[in-house]
Ligand binder design. Sequence first.
Ligand SMILES: [Zn+2]
Length: 68
Amino acid sequence: MKSKSAGQFGSKYGKKIRDKIIEVKRKSKKKYMCPACSRRAVRRVAAGVWICKKCGKKFASGAFEFRE
Ligand SMILES: [Zn+2]
């Protein structure tokens, strides 16, 4: 009984987490507009580290999503 209720909670929770992971992956793979050169070339190189491939500028931003 204990494990059953835990399982139900786990699957609900698991779906939310999976949706979140898909969302995060989508955002982290996306190219973002560079605030320095205005070209869509900012890519994530590490958690919270973003680099513009055009002008080479490095930005510290969100771990999975670029925010100016
Ligand atoms: Zn740039």
